[in-house]
Design a protein around this ligand. Structure first.
Ligand SMILES: NC(=O)c1ccc[n+]([C@@H]2O[C@H](COP(=O)([O-])OP(=O)(O)OC[C@H]3O[C@@H](n4cnc5c(N)ncnc54)[C@H](OP(=O)(O)O)[C@@H]3O)[C@@H](O)[C@H]2O)c1
Length: 186
């Protein structure tokens, strides 16, 4: 069955990127590419992706810098209110507004595989608000930034399913229980 999973790296104090959207602190970390929660194994489970426009623009800038081609073969939705470029050969679709309106398309495109919520944190939160976020998988870098782009700015209860070490990272996989118990009524 298709799950909607937020898979990301984060600092110990819960930031995806610094206030200038830099990931330099992440790129220099020691990582075992075959180790726990590795990207290749996760990516093989993904049938469709969804990301916010800041993340998309970071990817575009990164590809322009490195000269690499678009690296997602799966259909990718970008949530934005703006008109943004698409690289040749990239299956990128734009959407805006309530994430429930793209959810059916994401699931249909994913088939038997999972939907990857790439980020940012508020977008993952929008899926959680709608009760559509099933899992959170994080690799926690040994870095604190004090400020930046938040990991998941919501109040949620998660259930810890698995944890391990990968190089410099603590890896953890959670299922999403729902709103924080203290916030539930009735
Ligand atoms: N550590 C990691 O592994 C990791 C993973 C993912 C991302 N990142 C980084 O973390 C940062 C995340 O940036 P961010 O927090 O700004 O989040 P983001 O989700 O990438 O981008 C937010 C923007 O997306 C658009 N958007 C989001 N939801 C929308 C909706 N429902 N309808 C229409 N538009 C919507 C809005 O911009 P517009 O409407 O103006 O376009 C919004 O300002 C980036 O620097 C990214 O590169 C890091």
């Amino acid at each position: 069955m298709t799950s909607t999973v937020y898979y990301t790296a984060t600092t110990l104090d819960g930031f995806l990127a610094d206030p200038d959207d830099s990931l330099a602190w992440l790129m220099r970390q020691d990582l075992d590419e075959q180790g726990p929660q590795n990207y290749g194994a996760f990516f093989a489970t993904v049938g469709a992706l969804v990301m916010g426009s800041t993340t998309y623009e970071w990817v575009l800038a990164h590809l322009a810098e490195t000269g690499e081609a678009w690296y997602y073969s799966q259909p990718t939705w970008v949530m934005t209110t703006r008109e943004l470029p698409v690289l040749a050969g990239a299956d990128v679709r734009f959407a805006k507004g309530d994430v429930t309106t793209v959810y059916d398309d994401l699931r249909a495109a994913a088939g038997e595989q999972d939907v990857w919520v790439v980020g940012g944190g508020d977008l993952a939160g929008q899926f959680a608000d709608a009760g559509l976020l099933d899992g959170v998988i994080v690799s926690i870098a040994p870095v604190v930034l004090g400020a930046g782009r938040p990991l998941l700015p919501r109040r949620l209860d998660l259930r810890l399913e698995e944890t391990a070490r990968n190089g410099a990272f603590v890896t953890a996989r959670y299922t999403v229980d729902g709103p924080l118990q203290e916030d539930r009524t009735g």
